[in-house]
Design a protein around this ligand. Structure first.
Ligand SMILES: Cc1ncc(COP(=O)(O)O)c(C=O)c1O
Length: 301
């Protein structure tokens, strides 16, 4: 049967490789899947207090829709976290979503129209291009120097056209692990401001840092149209719970998008994490554990 042209045009390279890998597995060979960024599937678990908060919520009858922006306690806790990283916003600027994936879909669908172009740092986490295409846009890759962790500013400038609507960043990056420093972030914010572009920054790995210092884009945002995407899948080991959020900077240019994106969310009963994050810290052991073992495993291939 017919499917829409929009969906037919969406590709996801990882899925294609996984299909090929499954065929090899069917032939009896062992395949190690390094594509899924999910520590929970490697034996790690969300903090016990977070699990308990969810169990209590269910048992206490809190199984209804929350307010559409997300539970107030949660949006307040998230605003506090983002402010500590550099923004200066209130809980009204937070929208809780079903994972970063839904947040990304919502943001892209709000700003991209047929033929619009979105700049992405190459290589990027594939859904960025997929959602741009799904909403009729064209993903355009710009170069990043992996050695100096800096964006190629000339390349970005040369790729901006009248059709460009946004620059996306993923820092820390999947798949490269690259973390943009303050100077790099500032350069990108300046270019975006010069050309009246949205800046979308995915910081889902903001607390999974191995050897570099993390700087949030909030530090250099001032009143620029910066939209941060973040969530609980990675740092909080809650990938299956599907909780993420959009944090809108205090920018008059974001008023329309913020007011129009009020769609609603559910699982908000995890606010305990922000109050008792000492338990979360125990989970960081997985970073100490995972990093050397991944390096060893890769070396042995
Ligand atoms: C950069 C990046 N953003 C977003 C996601 C997905 O996040 P969520 O589970 O919140 O949808 C991933 C998952 O691998 C990711 O690597």
């Amino acid at each position: 049967m017919k499917i829409s042209k929009k969906v037919a045009g969406v590709e996801y390279a990882i899925r294609d490789i996984v299909s090929a890998a499954r065929e090899i597995e069917l032939q009896g060979k062992t395949v190690d899947y390094l594509n899924i960024g999910d520590p929970v599937q490697c034996g790690f678990q969300p903090p016990q207090n977070v699990k308990q908060a969810m169990i209590d919520a269910i048992n206490n009858g809190n199984n209804f829709y929350t307010r559409s922006e997300g539970l107030t306690e949660l949006t307040e806790a998230i605003a506090k976290k983002e402010n500590a990283k550099g923004l200066s916003i209130s809980s009204e600027n937070i929208l809780v979503t079903n994972g970063v994936s839904e947040g990304l879909d919502m943001v892209i669908s709000s700003i991209v129209e047929e033929g619009d172009e979105v700049l992405l740092p190459g290589p990027y986490y594939p859904p960025y291009a997929s959602y741009v295409r799904l909403h009729g846009g064209i993903p355009i890759e710009f170069s990043v120097d992996l050695n100096s962790s800096s964006p190629d500013v000339d390349d970005i400038k040369s790729k901006i056209t009248p059709k460009t609507v946004a620059i996306c960043l993923i820092s820390p990056n999947n798949p490269t692990g690259l973390v943009f420093n303050e100077n790099a972030l500032k350069q990108i914010v300046d270019i975006a401001n010069e050309h009246n572009l949205y800046i979308i920054c995915d910081e889902i790995y903001d607390q999974i840092i191995f050897d570099e210092k993390f700087t949030g884009i909030g530090k250099v945002a001032d009143d620029s149209p910066v939209i941060i995407l973040n969530g609980f899948s990675k740092v909080h080991l809650m990938s299956g719970w599907r909780i993420g959020y959009i944090a809108f900077n205090n920018s008059p240019q974001l008023d329309d998008i913020r007011e129009n994106l009020q769609v609603g969310n559910m699982l908000g009963w995890i606010t305990v994490w922000i109050h008792q994050d000492h338990e979360l810290k125990d989970n960081y052991e997985y970073i100490d554990y995972a990093f050397p073992s991944i390096v060893e495993a890769l070396k042995s291939i």
